[in-house]
Design a binder for this molecule. Sequence first.
Ligand SMILES: [Cu+2]
Length: 124
Amino acid sequence: MNHKKRILLTGVLLASAVVSGLLTYTRANAVPVERVIHITAKNFQFSPDSITLKKGEPVVFEISSGDRKHGFSLRAFGVRTDVLPGKVSRIRLTPDKTGKFTFSCDVFCGDGHEEMTGTVIVTE
Ligand SMILES: [Cu+2]
């Protein structure tokens, strides 16, 4: 093998090592795919008002309002957000426990506010 061929071969080997290294790195650092759950707050109700999640599965709640300002609070997981008309509020969550948990509106929105609740069920 002459000198030029050896250099070329070395170059090709190095390049493929870099590419495979990059691929491995990208895979290891990829952001986990989150399940998107759309929730609408309107007229003192959340829709859906029952959401089933899997423990350890990352999800993002995309919450919007169909009328006025509301809140979304899932106290068992220490998360909440304001929910404003014309805007999508996001909450990212990876449930680390199983059970039945209540979420509720925590921004006073009118006469039906106190009953504005829903349930998150986390299964194994
Ligand atoms: Cu409310």
